[in-house]
Design a protein around this ligand. Sequence first.
Ligand SMILES: Cc1cc2nc3c(=O)[nH]c(=O)nc-3n(C[C@H](O)[C@H](O)[C@H](O)COP(=O)(O)O)c2cc1C
Length: 201
Amino acid sequence: MSIIESNLKTAFSTVLQERRSARRLLPGAFPATLVEELASAARLVPSSFDAQPWRIVVLHERNADFWELVTATIDERLENDRRDRYLARAAGMRDGGMTLLIFEDLALSAPQDRLSPEEARDHTSQALGMLQLTLWLSLTAHGLVTSPQHWHEFLEDVVLWFAGLPEEGFRLVAFMPVGRAAERPEPRAELTSRVSRETAP
Ligand SMILES: Cc1cc2nc3c(=O)[nH]c(=O)nc-3n(C[C@H](O)[C@H](O)[C@H](O)COP(=O)(O)O)c2cc1C
């Protein structure tokens, strides 16, 4: 193995190991080229028919406004323990300084080439998962942390409104608050292998 191959393998393995979910954030230092780099990484993500059925909105200047709105919505729409838990989570995430909003673009995810609606939906959700992991690993490679949040049930309409996207054309997939880690990740649970080797007949 050449030195370049060996360095690549080590770097890849390090990024995979370093990627963790961080839910308490400190302000991140964002390189000027970060948004361009995330856009380039997203362009490399595979998708069925190369449809790239997503829209990513990067919040930086409006990040504090976004989290104000999230907090006010939690306050208004949730109750009791659940409200307290989500308010605490939002308080941990708002200070990172950047949030990626990930949407499905429904015009681009419609079935193609005789796929059934169920097959098309399955392809879309697989591609959207690949997109999120790619963005997550790209952020990890910059020493930044995130975690994907799925708070659609009470937040989808306000997030679409904030992003200026019509409800009939887009669906919220996740949002990813980005920053510097303010917590150490839990040690990983012992990894159980879900891989089995073929056995001889
Ligand atoms: C599809 C998917 C949905 C997730 N949803 C959430 C979420 O809504 N909130 C959250 O804090 N973490 C969420 N996570 C993060 C997982 O909880 C986390 O990846 C898992 O516990 C493993 O921990 P690690 O990321 O530190 O390795 C999600 C992860 C995936 C892949």
